[in-house]
Design a protein around this ligand. Structure first.
Ligand code: PLP
Length: 368
């Protein structure tokens, strides 16, 4: 048995002809930036998220950064982010010159703890970035009631949760602006880098489309100090092909997660993912926790099973942020998760035999 952590082959091999046809169309059009493929994908992704506007951009980090720029976040401002996120969430904040203020997650859902947000708000707080980590929607009702009370913007980081919902409403449609990534391994992945912003505000959509394109609406007229952070025609065309399959892929992810849930429940000291009331989970990652992580991951690797850790070190302990002066112990829940979490293989089209083998191998580890 050889089971990698992630295998894109089952989905990509089925789409090969459609993807090649999409590439050929772009190639033959000789139009590679800001054309009809981008416009088409943007309207499809806006519809998927149930918002009025989508702005395709270069990647998820740029999407988060542009969202904050469009909301005028900058030096002297504070932005609340979870203490247990991928570094991009925090980097987007520091790239604007603002300061990330870390708030611990609820240990059972891995998502930011709404009860801890209020005490992190200061006079400088401008926005909050809830991250729908691993694919589970945050408690958006509780987060919205805090932000409304304090007049803060929400920018969702929806990089891991395309298609998730809270209280029936899509992630990526709650905030003033929402950012997502189409990194190849994400639930909706491009064949290279890509990202998008979603918003229901025409005014913010207009600033975002200028910001991503040299501050320009009209060629050679630059109204604001902008960036080159565009999504190209090839990636947009590929994403349009893949978006049609996303709902099916999400159902497959949820079915595989249900098999893990059933097969692994009551095994050793394993803590399995828990879906909180009101939320749906699209299982970008199936993350378990155990105090025996390092032995378990070695045991699985020796039997051909790939696993990864999301993430081994929280942002506050990264060398990149040493000047913020944080220490081990400052965010104990994020650190506990980092020390004990393990992501199991999961992808649409995964063979049932593989899932059964993984479950049995994990059980055998705890029996020995
Ligand atoms: C992947 C990811 C990003 C960054 O996306 P890129 O396209 O790689 O820049 C941001 N936030 C989260 C939570 C992610 O998982």
């Amino acid at each position: 048995m050889k089971i990698p952590f992630l295998n894109l082959h089952p989905t990509h091999s089925k789409l090969k002809q459609e993807i090649l046809a999409a590439f050929e169309e772009v190639y033959d059009s000789n139009w590679f930036i800001a054309g009809s493929k981008l416009a088409q994908f943007e309207s499809e992704y806006a519809r998927f998220n149930n918002v009025t506007n989508c702005i395709g951009v270069s990647n998820g980090l740029d999407a988060l950064f542009l969202a904050l720029k469009a909301l005028n976040v900058g030096p002297g401002d504070e932005v609340i982010v979870p203490s247990n996120t991928y570094i991009a969430t925090a980097l987007a904040v520091t790239h604007t010159g603002a300061t990330p203020v870390f708030v611990e997650p609820v240990v059972s859902s891995y998502n930011i703890d709404p009860d801890l947000i209020a005490s992190a708000i200061s006079i400088k707080t401008k926005a909050i970035i809830p991250v729908h980590l691993y694919g589970q929607a945050c408690q958006m009702d509780a987060i919205c009631s805090i932000t409304e009370k304090h007049g803060l913007h929400i920018v969702e980081d929806n990089a891991q949760a395309h298609g998730a919902r809270f209280a029936g409403k899509a992630t990526g449609s709650w905030g003033a602006i929402n950012a997502t990534s189409f990194y190849p391994g994400k639930n909706l992945g491009a064949l290279g880098d890509g990202g998008a912003l979603t918003t229901n505000s025409e005014a913010l959509a207009a600033s975002l489309s200028m910001l991503r394109n040299y501050g320009s609406k009209e060629k050679y007229v630059h109204e604001i100090d902008g960036y080159n952070m565009r999504l190209d025609e090839c990636q947009a065309a590929f994403l349009s092909v893949k978006l049609k399959y996303l709902t099916d892929w999400t159902q497959q992810r949820q079915m595989i997660a249900a098999m893990y849930d059933e097969g692994l429940s009551g095994t050793g000291d394993l803590i399995l993912p828990q879906v909180h009331p009101g939320a749906t989970h699209v299982y970008h990652l199936y993350v378990i926790r155990t105090n025996h992580r390092s032995n378990l991951s070695v045991y699985l690797a020796e039997r051909g099973i790939g696993t990864l850790i999301h993430y081994p070190q929280p942002p506050h302990l990264q060398k990149a942020y040493r000047e913020m002066g944080y220490h081990k112990g400052d965010f104990p829940i994020a650190e506990l998760i980092a020390d004990t979490c393990l992501s199991l293989p999961l992808w649409p089209g995964m063979a049932m035999d593989d899932i059964a083998f993984i479950i049995n191998t994990i059980k055998r580890f705890f029996d020995e």
